[in-house]
Design a protein around this ligand. Structure first.
Ligand code: FMN
Length: 341
């Protein structure tokens, strides 16, 4: 059985990649994911805003320490002599890249142009095989148009492409109005692939505390549908590699994403829920499905259900619950009953 795939120009032994999560934040965690069989590992994001906050806290602590007793300056290391949080993260990437055999994809989430460019170059120098740009922006300014948001994103990709030679993936959130056009622009700016989709914190209101609280809910297979639809619509119509992300619980979701046209499939929630060892089940289940369905390789099934290979691609474009759609649905009786027909 040939499970090999190519993602961002990298040859992977199989399509299942460990997504960015706390599991890939440390050297030990990255090694565990490799031992469990991940074909590639995306490291937990390097967040520029957190680095800045940590560095400010470190400097403040040292100033307070230095002022608390006249002798304290004699045993505190000089400010510039401390290992900064950035240096710590880069050291983890460097040691991980040296010790794992699978490609290490370094995730980056910066907030400034200098941050994107500088840290991408640092990650490349540390030995990352590719960079995944974790681009996210909540547009709250009424003066900012959708085109402005996309332009900024594209400019960032172009800037980073100018700073590094290694492959670049762009991890997108699901809230874009014209994804095929954006994908074309990202490819033009130098991206090699896109990851569909990132999943963000959606804070909920705690009714007793009367406060917004962050929620951490792990995904379930139904969280894969939007990405499944967009992978199917984009596959074969973009030069970009396509990584699917979201809702992978069992091998069935991996198979569906591949049928839709994904080159690789990322998973985070299932590994957080069951542990890195769950990767074995996903890959084994994929091989078993292929064998049971008479396929000798992943390449044989990839994109078989993508829009351009479907006899009726319009099934992917039915966004509305029209009466015609309800006639095909098992909920038909209920719907007819409710409408009094
Ligand atoms: C606890 C947690 C931490 C995450 N951290 C990151 C991160 O640092 N960078 C990133 O791009 N995505 C991060 N993600 C998103 C995952 O990489 C993944 O894209 C998302 O959870 C959807 O995949 P899933 O349904 O398999 O969880 C995180 C997700 C979880 C649940």
């Amino acid at each position: 059985m040939n499970l090999e795939t190519t993602y961002l120009g990298l040859t992977l032994a199989h399509p299942v990649i460990a997504s960015a999560s706390p599991l890939s934040a440390t050297l030990d965690g990255i090694r565990r994911l490799e031992d469990a069989g991940a074909a590639a590992i995306v490291t937990a994001s390097l967040f520029e805003e957190e680095l800045v906050a940590e560095e400010q806290a470190l400097e403040a602590a040292m100033i307070i320490g230095a002022e608390s007793h006249p002798e304290v300056t004699s045993y505190l290391p000089p400010l510039c002599g401390c290992r900064s949080p950035l240096a710590g993260h880069l050291e983890t990437i460097r040691r991980a890249a040296e010790s794992v055999r699978v490609p290490l994809i370094a995730s980056l989430s910066a907030t400034t142009r200098e941050g994107w460019i500088g840290m991408a170059a640092d990650l490349q120098a540390a030995g990352a095989a590719a960079i995944e740009l974790n681009l996210f922006h909540v547009p709250t300014d009424p003066a900012e148009a959708a085109a402005d948001v996309e332009r900024r994103l594209i400019d960032t990709v172009r800037d980073v492409r100018g700073a590094v030679d290694i492959p670049l993936a762009v991890k997108l959130g699901p809230y874009f109005s014209a994804l095929p056009h954006l994908a074309a622009m990202l490819a033009d700016a130098g991206a090699n692939g896109i990851v569909l989709f990132n999943r963000f914190y959606e804070p909920d209101i705690d009714l007793e505390a009367m406060a917004f609280r962050p929620t951490l809910e792990l995904s379930t297979p139904k969280d894969s549908r939007l990405a499944l639809m967009w992978i199917a619509l984009l596959a074969g119509r973009t030069p970009l590699s396509l990584a699917a992300a979201g809702g992978v619980e069992e091998a069935n979701e991996v198979v569906k994403y591949l049928l839709a046209g994904a080159d690789a499939v990322q998973t985070a929630s299932a590994l957080l829920r069951h542990g890195p060892g769950h990767l074995v089940q996903l890959v084994k289940g994929l091989a078993e499905w292929l064998e049971a369905h008479g396929a000798a390789s992943v390449a044989e099934i990839r994109g078989r259900m993508s829009a351009h290979r479907l006899a009726r691609p319009e099934v992917l474009l039915r966004a509305q619950h029209t009466p015609a759609l309800l006639l095909e649905c098992p909920c038909q009786d209920m719907a007819l009953g409710a409408s009094g027909r």
